[in-house]
Design a protein around this ligand. Structure first.
Ligand code: NAP
Length: 258
């Protein structure tokens, strides 16, 4: 299992840090050529250098997923540098909090524009290269928040993450004739710097609500993405996989305390 990815060309959006960085490192260690993408060229190049330092092949690239021209340039660089695009991990996302009443139109547009339109634009940009090869793997980083759960302050975020799954299901049908699969990983609470910024109280309460009593690691999510990208997952499309240590399972606090 998982021996099949050597030499594949992979784009990971939002991979200068956090979950995306974990995905980029995992694909790098599996022998893939990785395009590390974020809005910061220096931070993307730093992750690419990390992959190269452990014997992998990677390049950093600066692009904003909410900009069509940036996504087209990203796909072009992958094709020119790596000879095509085999795998797209559409992972870039933001999760600023704002409760209804305080949330502005600009707040809503920023989150939907990055998390949902960004998926549409990154997928669209990579399609010509994937269709030309009659094969491809697209893996979206959604969330449990939206598709499965809610949390005050994240109605826009939840809408964007649930929207990704709506996009995925129709994209999976449209792209199946080209040998392209579209699946999603749904992380629970994963230990990243941005999550840590939510504060110790948030982290402590979240950890207590997870049956496995720990936050997830970026590697936990990366391994699921790697599975969807593997040849062994060729017949799986339009599906989502929750990686949350059992967080959505308890019916109530009593279920955790019993
Ligand atoms: P993170 O540590 O803040 O990393 C986000 C990455 O996305 C960074 O590389 C960031 O770099 C990039 N990014 C943000 N906006 C971008 C844009 N417009 N264009 C291109 N790149 C952009 O976040 P994370 O916690 O790893 O989250 C990654 C993904 O997982 C997101 O989609 C998030 O919704 C999802 N997720 C996270 C958790 C969690 O617990 N951490 C749980 C469920 C789902 P720049 O800012 O420099 O561009």
């Amino acid at each position: 299992m998982f021996n099949s990815l050597q030499g594949r060309s992979v784009i990971v959006t939002g991979s200068s840090k956090g979950i995306g960085r974990g995905i980029a490192l995992r694909f790098g260690s599996a022998g893939c050529k990785v395009l590390v993408v974020s809005r910061s060229r220096s931070e993307s190049e730093a992750v690419a250098a990390e992959i190269a330092a452990s014997g992998g092949k990677a390049m950093g690239f600066a692009a904003d997923v909410s900009r069509q021209a940036d996504m087209q340039a990203m796909a072009q660089v992958a094709v020119e540098s790596f000879g095509g695009i085999d795998i797209l991990c559409a992972n870039a996302g933001i999760f600023p909090a704002a409760k209804l009443g305080a949330m502005t139109e600009a707040d809503f547009d920023l989150v939907l524009g990055t998390n949902l339109k960004g998926v549409f634009l990154s997928v669209s940009a990579c399609l010509p290269a994937m269709k030309a090869k009659k094969s491809g793997r697209i893996i979206l980083t959604s969330s449990i928040t939206g598709p499965e759960t809610g949390f005050p302050g994240w109605s826009h975020y939840g809408a964007s993450k649930a929207g990704q799954l709506g996009f995925m299901r129709t994209a999976a049908i449209e792209l199946a004739p080209y040998g392209i699969t579209v699946n999603a990983v749904l992380p629970g609470n994963i230990a990243t710097g941005t999550l840590a910024d939510l504060g110790e109280d948030y982290i402590r309460k979240m950890t207590a609500s997870i049956p496995m009593r720990r936050l997830g690691s970026c590697a936990d999510v990366a391994n699921a993405a790697l599975f969807f990208a593997s040849d062994e997952a060729a017949y799986i499309t339009g599906q989502s996989l929750i990686i949350d240590g059992g967080q959505i399972l308890p019916e109530s606090l009593a279920a955790l305390e019993a």
